[in-house]
Design a protein around this ligand. Structure first.
Ligand code: F6P
Length: 336
């Protein structure tokens, strides 16, 4: 991890000439991305920069879809979910040719520095742009999964867990009323952060996550202990090695004759107005990203660790694995 003051991040005179920066969102949208875009625009303007929005993530960068942002364009977006700049998962950008086109567009549009908001796919792309084409670029963590090493939280995570928790509370009402077993699947492709937090918050009887092998015998014992005619809530992280809530439900039926209901929360977890926590994190990281570019910092993610801004080399964010905090694992073993 690099922090302010580290030699590897020392300013270069070239950046004194920085005039025009760009911001874009990429990969899965996350609540708070609009607050982030707004902050980059406002802080950029305060620092005397022109701020350009790239529409549609890396696809829009390749196609040259650029738009100058101003206070009017970024007004009244702070409370909105999704991303006003739109987003994409670009297959073309994964090719050398695609990235060359994107870099050329940045040069043609006179972009001196870029803020890339997204998850690990976005950061891989930003890393390549920096390495292959010398683009000055910093990443900011925008994903509901919270699975990026080097930042305590990602933009969108707090909103997503609150959205998931309120949906689960509603399902619990019907599970309670009927005395039913529910398998509820939450997002989190490779990581169980969402599952663990909402599992604790919603009083789940069992939590299945991608990080650990799910013991079906133990799961069955828990269900029996709870009472087959009683409300039982099992939270399943979508990346669980058994294949998600539907597969686990079918497995419990075929192996133990236990019937259940399945609810896959899906993309509703990504939508909605961001929480205050997400808006503030998004704004703080946006402001820090602009200042980092001005200081000549490039090729890093701007994260937050123990309430301090941290600069983390982009490749470390995916090479090092962020694990669910110990206190959460402990809580789960005490409460679930
Ligand atoms: O990147 C966050 C995420 O919501 C994951 O939790 C999920 O697996 C994935 O995106 C879904 O992506 P898409 O919307 O492209 O299907």
């Amino acid at each position: 991890m690099l922090r302010n003051g580290n030699n590897a991040c020392s300013p270069s005179p070239i950046f004194a000439a920085m005039k025009r920066i760009a911001v874009f969102t990429s990969g899965g949208d996350a609540p708070g991305m609009n607050a982030h875009i707004r902050a980059v625009e406002r802080v950029g303007e305060k620092r005397g920069l022109e701020v350009v929005g790239i529409l549609g993530g890396y696809s829009g960068m390749i196609a040259g879809h650029f738009e100058v942002l101003d206070r009017v364009r970024t007004a009244s977006i702070v409370e909105r979910g999704g991303t006003v700049l739109k987003t994409s998962r670009s297959a073309e950008f994964t090719t050398v040719e695609g990235r060359a086109k994107a870099a050329q567009q940045l040069k043609d549009h006179g972009i001196d520095g870029v803020v890339a908001c997204g998850g690990d796919g976005t950061f891989h792309g930003a890393h390549f742009l920096s390495q292959e084409h010398g683009i000055n670029i910093v990443g900011t963590p925008g994903t509901i999964d919270n699975d990026l090493w080097g930042t305590d939280f990602t933009i969108g995570y707090d909103t997503a867990i609150n959205t998931a928790a309120s949906a689960i509370d509603r399902i619990r009402d019907t599970a309670d009323s009927h005395g039913r077993l529910f398998f509820i699947e939450v997002m989190g492709r490779h990581a169980g952060f969402i599952a663990m937090d909402v599992g604790v918050a919603c009083g789940a009887e069992f939590i299945a996550v991608p990080e650990t092998m799910t013991d079906v015998e133990l799961l069955y014992q828990r269900i029996v202990a709870q009472g087959l005619d009683k409300r039982t809530i099992v939270i399943v992280g979508e990346g669980d090695e058994l294949g998600g809530a539907l597969k686990i439900s079918k497995l419990m039926e075929s192996r133990f004759g236990v019937s259940s209901k399945v609810s896959i929360l899906g993309h509703m977890q990504r939508g909605g107005s961001p929480t205050v926590r997400d808006r503030v994190l998004a704004a703080r990281l946006g402001a820090a990203a602009v200042d980092a570019l001005l200081e000549g910092i490039t090729g890093v993610m701007i994260g937050e660790q123990n309430q301090e801004i941290a600069y983390v080399p982009l490749h470390e964010t995916w090479e090092r694995r962020k694990t669910v905090p110990t206190y959460l694992n402990d809580l789960v073993s005490l409460l679930v």
